[in-house]
Ligand binder design. Structure first.
Ligand SMILES: Cc1cc2nc3c(=O)[nH]c(=O)nc-3n(C[C@H](O)[C@H](O)[C@H](O)COP(=O)(O)OP(=O)(O)OC[C@H]3O[C@@H](n4cnc5c(N)ncnc54)[C@H](O)[C@@H]3O)c2cc1C
Length: 442
């Protein structure tokens, strides 16, 4: 890369990834301009507070003490003492994963799958194959595959086996981390970091003021650098190399461009080459988060309840106050129902009140008196919750993971990398990329 340091590095997006990049580059005296399409910072890492004392997070609820320390907000964080998941199946709840292992048919088919895998070099072709080979047919067909269908909006048979690889955690490690949780009385993080080791000393915390506190800290000192309500309309490429961007019809030259925009947007806005045009077909799953307010607390079997049976409109329920009691007033609680949908389908178009009532009606098997306790809802919608790893573009996805192929153009962050990664990994991976970039400039 030629070092044209008089031109700024342009960053698209003021979520965790964009702010991590801007913060780091500024600390290395690299000139930066960050354009954010929306009217506030934090992207998916936002929390909302209502006048009745409830706090709703946009997606992320659980961050680690290690990330909070790294960003410098640990002194503003409270320790999360408890976190556990259950699966609701046939009218009963089973602890995940160990409760399910006590169901004889799950154990038997799990053992059979493990025995079959010894000495076999066959690679699973799809997510469905991966689940059956790793968990056994019973757990795969009754739990993992229906849940995958629901969150992705595609059949697990049409998804890449990489979906499974991304969520696997060894049983021994999971058992150890769960035991460590009990011994330390802290919610030891399990399955939230892949870049850094998971261990007993890494646990969940929640910042006062909400998840957005992390982004606010990163944005300190970036005055004048962050331009809100400034969607980047085009990334201009000349001779295979980034030359600048166009924002509100004006050209801004750039020595490098860091995009955190979803890749189907990136594919659309790159001008001067068709190299990334194929990214336009990459799909994200839209999601509705229905935040239901109730009288009482401890209404669900545990913090997260997965509902794989297709009689439910939602596939996951989270009673966040069981982990973070401060998210709801005393004696009240909040249950977030996650509904996978398509933009403009019947769920997406439902008004908030109707979607709330639909969820309450369907909560009856888990909470028989849900209707009597219900106090209304607040609904959040996003068109880009989960990257969908369709097999039809798996080769292109793997190739994009190696880089954009355009000099000085980098795509980072959860949607920018098209990866199922959590905030700690987003931060870590973005910093790694920025260190490489800064070393080239210096
Ligand atoms: C349902 C759900 C639950 C999650 N739970 C957790 C959790 O418990 N713990 C955890 O650690 N993580 C969790 N995550 C992941 C976490 O929320 C994300 O990894 C993180 O917030 C992603 O940050 P980002 O900066 O990569 O992307 P984003 O937050 O999406 O930021 C991208 C920004 O780019 C802007 N933008 C887009 N296009 C343009 C353009 N053309 N010009 C300018 N700006 C543009 C957008 O407006 C946005 O602000 C969850 C995510 C989801 C969806």
């Amino acid at each position: 890369m030629t070092s044209e340091t008089n031109k700024p590095t342009v960053i698209l997006g003021a979520g965790l990834a964009g702010l991590t990049a801007a913060n780091f580059l500024r600390s290395k005296n690299v000139p930066v301009i960050l354009y954010e399409a929306g009217n506030k910072i934090a992207g998916l890492a936002q929390s909302f507070h209502d006048t009745d004392g409830f706090t709703y997070d946009f997606g992320a609820h659980f961050v680690t003490n290690r990330l909070a320390e790294k960003i410098g907000v640990m002194d503003k964080c409270r320790t999360v003492k408890h976190y556990a998941e259950t699966v609701w199946l046939g009218g009963k709840s089973y602890g995940y994963p160990f409760g399910l292992m006590r169901v004889p048919r799950m154990t038997a088919s799990g053992v059979a799958a493990q025995l079959k895998s010894f000495g076999s070099h066959a690679k699973p072709e799809s997510a469905a194959d991966w689940f059956r080979a790793s968990y056994g047919a019973a757990l795969a067909d009754e739990v993992a595959i229906p849940l995958t269908d629901a969150w992705s909006g595609a059949k697990a048979a049409d998804l890449s086996a990489a979906v499974g690889g991304g969520i696997s955690s060894g049983i021994a490690r999971t058992l150890w981390l769960k035991m460590a949780s009990r011994l330390t009385n802290r919610a030891v993080s399990c399955g939230y970091s892949r870049e850094l080791p998971e261990k007993a000393s890494v646990y969940h915390v929640y910042p006062e003021g909400g998840i957005g506190t992390l982004c606010q800290k990163l944005a300190e000192g970036l005055n004048g650098t962050v331009k809100l309500e400034s969607p980047v309309e085009a990334i201009l490429v000349e001779d295979g190399k980034v030359a600048g961007v166009r924002v509100s019809g004006k050209i801004q030259e750039a020595s490098a461009v860091i995009s955190t925009a979803p890749v189907h947007v990136l594919g659309k806005i790159v001008e001067g080459t068709s190299r990334l045009a194929h990214l336009q077909k990459f799909r994200y799953r839209p999601m509705i988060f229905v935040n239901l307010r109730f009288e009482g607390r401890g209404l669900l079997p545990d913090v997260v309840t997965w509902t794989p049976e297709n009689e439910f409109p939602f596939f996951r329920l989270t009673e966040t106050p069981l982990s973070m009691p401060w998210l709801a007033p005393k004696g009240k609680t909040l249950i977030t129902a996650d509904i996978g949908c398509e933009k403009d389908d019947e769920f997406w178009q439902m008004d908030d009140e109707t979607v709330g009532e639909l969820c309450v009606e369907n909560l009856k098997p888990l909470i028989p008196n849900a209707k009597d306790l219900y106090m209304g809802c607040r609904v959040l919608r996003t068109p880009i919750a989960y990257p969908v790893f369709l097999r039809e573009y798996e080769t292109e996805r793997q190739s994009f993971a190696e880089g954009t192929g355009i000099e000085n153009l980098h795509s980072v962050g959860r949607n920018g990398e098209f990866q199922h990664i959590f905030m700690e990994d987003v931060h870590h991976r973005t910093l790694r990329k920025m260190r490489e970039l800064a070393s080239i400039f210096q």
